[in-house]
Write a protein that binds this ligand. Structure first.
Ligand code: TMP
Length: 212
């Protein structure tokens, strides 16, 4: 397994502003891949089931206050505590569809004014996604979608800054998908792009690490 060239699952990340449709599209993508006979799982960050995740959840619902750097490091720790399980799942051939990942970590914290390189530093060495599907929606449109749920970052002005920060993070694994299209069209596009990557990983693309 160490050479990383054997058949493996793909690490597919969905990113986007709050209310961009990531969560429902992640579930649809999972069903499509499973329907085609692929082994796949749906993950999400923050993973609120761990003790670190519970601290994050309390912060997001404004039940606790934390310094901006402290919460950034907790989000990062929440990914680190899942890294080895993530690697073993991928190596055993399971594709992971991940609803938010390191790009959320860097975009949301740098939107608060923290230095981007500082934000990336604790994320160095996490597994790099094979594909980042960015559900692209103007912040104003996202805000119109049934209202925000009352969590800490669900404010239009802040989401505008997050959108700018996301755009600065684009890399070769990144694909924009217009999130204002009908749900079925988005679903089809995501499935087509994802399938190309799942196939590429099956024929032996090695795993790599983030932000290097
Ligand atoms: P969720 O609504 O997808 O559960 O995400 C919770 C909020 O946390 C969302 O506003 C994005 C934000 N977030 C960060 O600030 N840093 C991170 O690393 C992650 C994964 C999410």
């Amino acid at each position: 397994m160490e050479g990383g060239n054997e058949s493996r699952g793909a690490l597919i990340v969905l990113e986007g502003l709050d209310r961009s449709g990531k969560t429902s599209q992640s579930s649809r993508l999972l069903s499509s891949l499973e329907g085609l006979g692929y082994s796949a799982e749906l993950w999400r960050f923050p993973d609120r089931t761990t003790s670190v995740g519970q601290m994050i959840s309390a912060y997001l619902s404004n039940e606790s206050q934390l310094d901006d750097r402290t919460i950034h490091l907790l989000f990062s720790a929440n990914r680190w505590e899942k890294r080895s399980l993530m690697e073993s799942k991928l190596k055993s051939g399971t594709t992971l569809i991940v609803d938010r990942y390191s790009y959320s970590g860097v975009a949301f914290s740098s939107a608060k004014g923290l230095d981007v390189e500082w934000c990336k530093a604790p994320e160095i060495g996490l597994l790099a996604p094979d594909l980042v599907l960015y559900l692209d929606i103007p912040p104003e449109k996202a805000a119109e979608r049934g209202g925000y749920g009352g969590e800490r970052y669900e404010r239009l002005e802040f989401q505008r800054k997050v959108a700018q920060c996301y755009h600065a993070l684009r890399d070769p694994s990144w694909k924009d998908v217009n999130a204002c299209q009908p749900i079925e069209d988005i679903e089809r596009q995501l499935r087509e792009i994802a399938l190309d990557h799942v196939t590429a990983c099956k024929i032996g693309r090695p795993l790599s690490n983030l932000w290097l």
